[in-house]
Design a protein around this ligand. Structure first.
Ligand code: SAM
Length: 262
């Protein structure tokens, strides 16, 4: 799937806030080696570089468009194009950090334990993912995709919900972690302008549709979806803004020292 960094960064401040709130809870003082998993345009990677300027920093992403933007405007780091589903580094790290990426991958029951295995003892896995597949924005996207002349093209394109309950991640990680910190936050996002929610999802959840549906049908798809979004998220009569509640899940796990005796 092709990403559009400028479309994604249109709501840069709202998208960066959870990245900073995740980072604030990482219980490390001076990690030597850090990987930003799904680094995108490198904005969150810059937060990592600012907090630990001496660390060896790597950004991994499978989008060449995002990596090009990160190389151009991001911090001094190594940038690696890879799919996290089979990314297999031949070393271990102090911090694996991932903001707003792992919900694009399935099979978290395999993925999360696999990532923990790439940590040094005492290393940290820190993850933030939206947990909003049941929100009107996503339900209406799937409903619109399923009925209309584009339905056949979109039959297997939109993802099933890969993100579990908070307790699911506790269960996955507790065996290999010495401590776990999990929480959820619902942000009441205040968006400006016309069709604000449509513009938000154009940078993320709508990307697979934009990539798949024929150009002559895409306008009709967006018009139908936008009409439903306007009903679900009306602009406020007082200031014209749109309130877009958005739930995000945060998971921080510290790798246990597996050395016998520890
Ligand atoms: C919503 S952006 C988040 C970017 C960045 N972490 C941030 O906080 O702004 C999601 C990123 O995940 C990347 N991504 C999605 N699936 C991936 C996969 N399987 N392997 C590597 N990167 C992936 C996309 O290319 C995109 O850059």
């Amino acid at each position: 799937m092709a990403w559009d960094p400028s479309c994604y960064l249109r709501f840069g401040a709202q998208r960066l806030r959870p990245a900073a709130e995740l980072l604030a809870r990482v219980p490390l003082t001076a990690p030597d080696s850090i990987v930003d998993l799904g680094c995108g345009p490198g904005n969150a990677t810059r937060l990592l570089a600012d907090r630990w300027p001496l660390a060896e920093l790597t950004g991994v992403d499978r989008s060449s468009e995002m990596l090009a933007k990160a190389r151009r405007d991001g911090p001094d780091a190594g940038w690696v194009e890879a799919d996290l589903a089979d990314w297999t580094p031949n070393r271990r790290f102090d911090l694996l950090y991932s903001n707003a990426t792992l919900h694009w991958l399935d099979h978290h029951d395999v993925l999360f334990p696999r990532l923990m295995a790439f940590l040094r003892p005492g290393g940290v896995l820190a993850v933030q993912m939206p947990r909003n597949f049941a929100a009107p924005s996503h339900v209406l996207l799937r409903d619109t995709a399923a009925s209309g002349p584009w339905a056949a093209q979109l039959a297997n394109v939109l993802q099933e919900d890969p993100v579990g309950e908070p307790a699911f991640y506790y269960g996955l990680l507790s065996g290999s972690a010495s401590s776990i910190d999990i929480w959820e936050t619902e942000y009441l996002q205040v968006l400006e302008g016309e069709d604000a929610v449509l513009n938000w999802v154009r940078g993320t959840a709508l990307r697979p549709v934009i990539e798949t549906v024929d150009a002559e049908l895409l306008g009709a798809f967006e018009a139908r979806y936008a009409e439903r979004l306007r009903a679900a998220y009306p602009r406020r009569p007082d200031d014209g803004r749109t309130l877009f509640p958005f739930t995000r899940l945060f998971v921080i796990a510290v790798a246990r020292d597996e050395t016998p005796g520890n």
